[in-house]
Design a protein around this ligand. Structure first.
Ligand SMILES: [Zn+2]
Length: 472
């Protein structure tokens, strides 16, 4: 969740897309992960309850208790369509599954396929199965294996399996397209980019995308209410980005933490193990919150979130130009205190720290000698002051974190100099803005439902059902 977008909300899309179904209540991600081996039974959370969640009257919605979604009169009364109607979730999201464009990549389809022009008017090639094939740019277009296409983009369309195969029960799903070590539902558009590089974008229904995001972002062992809250927040973030991206853009979101993690339908890890990127549980979390997202001023917003806030969420305006309203709030949260990174301490050799700071540029005269003082100040934003006795360099805590990729779990820490080391004492994992994933686990174990969790972390937000969207 690092993507920083500045643009204003597309007004054209407007409030017409949303039916407000609730009155505004007065109001680091867990390395999930990650990886659910196929057919393996997940281990449930081993930690017990710790105190019941008692939302203040301001947080608790007027209707006490949360009826199951789909039977909730709020969602079905007055002609407002039912959340079972997945129209909103049927829209197509464009997911950049490789990040920065590459010189070449490998694709395959495990069943019948077609390659079409991007306007889908022309079938350029077709077959029963596409073996692993290398995609490269050419002077006039691109190659997929030994097939040449004289166009700067094509779409690989996996097809439904044949009726004969379906009848045997051997295959009941459509073919899936593979890119590198990940398999995706939906279609794959390949673009030739400037410099002869290739971009791969998965066009996939929002519901299928979200089913994978929930499992990619949050462990199966987390409570259902936390995972449903994750589904609502992931949908909110995705729909916001879909509104932000111009129609002519190549994609809406990245498949990584640059946006939110999306492992796809299946993938192989670095050891070659085949793992599920989604589960029946994640599909249920998406289906039972179908179409529901958080809105502020009638629109979905950039619902930034992180793994562990470490005690208090962070005002998102510190990191994101488009943080406002619910993401500009800071709320108490000790619900994440069972996370490993609720508190942490890291030690780096002072010389390494000094060298890294000196490598960031600045005049030769500003280069630091051996560090004599290191301290943190909070006036004007959290910053670290490094001094050698004659000169000082002051850096924001998140800038220091970026200098040491992976070493500091969050930008929320103090720094001191001890015995030739710089010691960082910090809290949380990730930027700490908005939804706290580990906190949602604590809240759910204490009895909060998914709506209470969403409103807890995004004060001022309300829940709405997305009715429709422009198709792509
Ligand atoms: Zn927290």
């Amino acid at each position: 969740m690092k993507r920083l977008l500045v643009a204003a909300l597309g007004l054209a899309i407007g409030a017409a897309l949303f039916a407000l179904v609730e009155r505004p209540a007065a109001e680091s991600r867990p390395k999930a992960g990650t990886a659910t081996p196929l057919l393996e039974v997940p281990t449930p959370g081993r930690l017990g309850r710790r105190g019941a969640f008692r939302p203040s009257p301001a947080v608790r919605p007027p209707a006490v208790g949360a009826p199951a979604l789909g039977t909730d009169p709020l969602f079905t009364a007055g002609g407002v369509h039912s959340p079972r109607d997945a129209a909103g979730d049927a829209s197509i999201i464009r997911v950049n599954v490789i990040g920065d464009a590459v010189e070449s990549l490998e694709v395959a389809v495990d069943g019948p396929w077609r390659i079409e022009s991007p306007d889908r008017q022309q079938v350029l090639a077709e077959g029963r199965r596409l073996p692993l094939s290398t995609v490269t740019a050419t002077a006039g277009g691109l190659n997929i294996g030994d097939r040449a296409f004289a166009t700067s983009s094509v779409e690989i369309v996996p097809l439904a399996v044949s009726p004969a195969a379906a009848a045997t029960g051997a295959e009941k799903r459509p073919a899936v397209v593979r890119v590198g070590s990940h398999e995706y539902r939906g279609r794959l558009r390949l673009h030739v980019r400037p410099g002869g590089k290739i971009l791969a974008v998965n066009f996939v229904p929002l519901s299928e995308y979200l089913a994978s995001v929930v499992d990619s972002e949050m462990p199966l062992g987390f409570p259902t209410a936390a995972r449903k809250a994750q589904a609502i927040i992931a949908r909110t973030y995705a729909v916001y980005q879909m509104h932000q991206a111009p129609r002519e853009a190549a994609f809406d979101v990245f498949a990584s933490s640059r946006s939110q993690r999306y492992l796809g339908w299946r993938y192989r890890d670095s050891n070659g193990r085949l793992l599920a990127g989604e589960s029946s549980d994640s599909r249920r979390c998406v289906a039972e919150t179908s179409g529901i997202l958080a809105v502020w001023q009638g629109q979905p917003f950039a619902a930034y979130y992180s793994a562990v806030c470490g005690g208090r969420t962070c005002d998102g305006r510190r990191f994101f130009a488009d943080a406002a309203g619910p993401t500009a709030a800071s709320v108490e949260c000790d619900w994440c205190r069972e996370a490993d990174l609720y508190r942490w301490r890291r030690t780096l050799p002072a010389k390494e720290v000094r060298d890294r700071i000196n490598s960031t540029g600045g005049a030769e005269s500003a280069r630091l000698g051996p560090l004599r003082t290191v301290f943190t100040r909070s006036d004007g934003g959290p910053r670290v002051v490094f001094g050698d006795g004659r000169r000082e360099r002051t850096l924001e805590t998140h800038a220091v974190r970026e200098l040491f990729t992976g070493a500091l779990p969050s930008p929320h820490y103090t720094a001191t100099l001890e015995d030739g080391d710089v010691v960082f004492s910090g809290r949380g994992h990730g930027h700490g803005v908005g939804f706290c994933q580990w906190g949602s686990r604590g809240l759910a174990l204490a009895g909060a439902d998914e709506r209470e969790i969403v409103r807890y972390y995004y004060p001022g937000a309300t829940l709405a059902v997305r009715k429709r969207t422009a198709s792509r």
